[in-house]
Design a protein around this ligand. Structure first.
Ligand SMILES: NC(=O)C1=CN([C@@H]2O[C@H](COP(=O)(O)OP(=O)(O)OC[C@H]3O[C@@H](n4cnc5c(N)ncnc54)[C@H](OP(=O)(O)O)[C@@H]3O)[C@@H](O)[C@H]2O)C=CC1
Ligand SMILES: N[C@@H](CC(=O)OP(=O)(O)O)C(=O)O
Length: 338
């Protein structure tokens, strides 16, 4: 078993990590960290557990540690669910100390030697770990993208071989994406907020890196433009998005590509049977009905129309956050980097 820890284990994403790592076939959860407010307490006493599944018993007994490399000596891999400003230094320190970091935070996503990985799309970018090792790190940092970028890029995997130059996307993002204390009920109830700080910029730049090519020394960005418009809507979990692509092929060919696509990587515990579920019902996907497909790891695609236009939707704190990092870590083990 690989010994793992979670940094920021008491937060919205941290709790998802703890839930998904209980009884994991590869990973043994041994360390949980948070702020000085929580350190020294048993996890069950430190955390305000807000998931609709019980807190795993074994995790409840772990004493929360401070978020310092000295406290992580026994971990082979740490999953980072820290606020981005804190993650920058601690993740670098961990990599230097020989620990593998699978990060959900945005701090290092665009670093030149850090892979930004969605296994179904760019598993080969994991080779960038070798650049970090050449630079003297015994450990590494591997990041997963922003939650909306993940849904978008997974939905593009089956149709990426069609020619297009212009991608436009408008999101309808769940409130859990802003964290537990993120957005007051008075702001979001009976409302739509057409602004999420930095989200549009992240979707635009991260998509080009993920869909780009790693030539052995650097990423060459994908050759299309991305224009995003991001909105917060009163949904608890599940980011939905409308996508427009200037694909000139008949819509029937695009539908066939969605239907016949098979994920190019082998079996991994968190990889769902279907990474993309192509739906033909005229009013799907919907977050309440479709977000838990594939244990929260499936991206549902539907309403395919000429243009090309479609809707994509997936669970933002599972597929879009903790589940994505864990899937990356499984791939890292599978490819022999641990
Ligand atoms: N929510 C989501 O859907 C997504 C979030 N992310 C990213 O994941 C990260 C975590 O987000 P989220 O879970 O929503 O955040 P939360 O605010 O819910 O959780 C923050 C965590 O960091 C800990 N923390 C806060 N201050 C410190 C400190 N000074 N030292 C050490 N630990 C500290 C908190 O511990 P304590 O309880 O002790 O304060 C808590 O465990 C962010 O980078 C976010 O951008 C990414 C994708 C989706
Ligand atoms: N901004 C996302 C959540 C998030 O924290 O994204 P990032 O990992 O890029 O910081 C949302 O609001 O839904």
């Amino acid at each position: 078993m690989v010994s793992v820890g979670v940094l920021g284990a008491t937060g919205a994403v941290g709790q998802r990590f703890v839930q998904l790592l209980a009884d994991h076939p590869y990973f043994d959860l041994t360390v949980l960290t948070a702020s000085g407010r929580s350190a020294g307490k048993k996890y069950r006493d430190a955390v305000n557990w807000r998931l609709d599944v019980p807190l795993p018993e074994s995790a409840g007994d772990i004493i929360v540690a401070e978020t310092k490399t000295e406290c992580l000596k026994n971990a082979d891999i740490v999953f980072s669910a820290l606020p981005a400003d804190l993650a920058t230094t601690i993740e670098t320190d961990c990599a230097k100390a020989g620990i593998g970091v699978c990060s959900n935070a945005s701090s290092h996503r665009m670093d030149q030697d850090v892979p930004l990985v969605v296994p179904e799309v760019n598993a080969d970018h994991l080779r960038m770990i070798e650049l970090q090792r050449d630079a003297g790190n015994d450990g590494f940092i591997v990041t997963n993208p922003n939650c909306s970028t993940i849904m978008l890029t997974v939905s593009l995997a089956p149709i990426r071989n069609f020619h297009f130059t212009d991608l436009r996307v408008a999101t309808m993002q769940a409130i859990s994406g802003a964290g537990f204390e993120g957005i007051p009920a008075m702001s979001i109830f009976d409302n739509v907020v057409p602004y999420i700080g930095n989200e549009e910029e992240k979707m635009e730049r991260e998509t080009l890196k993920i869909m780009g090519t790693f030539d052995g020394s650097e990423i060459v960005n994908a050759p299309f433009s991305v224009s995003a418009s991001c909105n917060r809507v009163p949904v608890i979990d599940g980011h939905t998005m409308a996508v427009w692509l200037d694909i000139k092929e008949p819509v029937e060919n695009v539908a066939k590509a969605f239907q016949s696509w098979r994920c190019p990587i082998g079996d991994l515990p968190t990889l769902p049977e279907k990474s993309v579920d192509f739906m033909v019902q005229q009013d799907r996907p919907q977050p309440r009905l479709d977000r838990m497909k594939g244990k929260g790891m499936t991206v549902s695609v539907g309403r395919l129309r000429p243009g090309i236009r479609y809707i994509a939707m997936g669970h933002n704190t599972i597929r879009g956050a903790a589940g994505a990092s864990i899937l990356n870590a499984e791939l890292i083990c599978d490819r022999g980097y641990i």
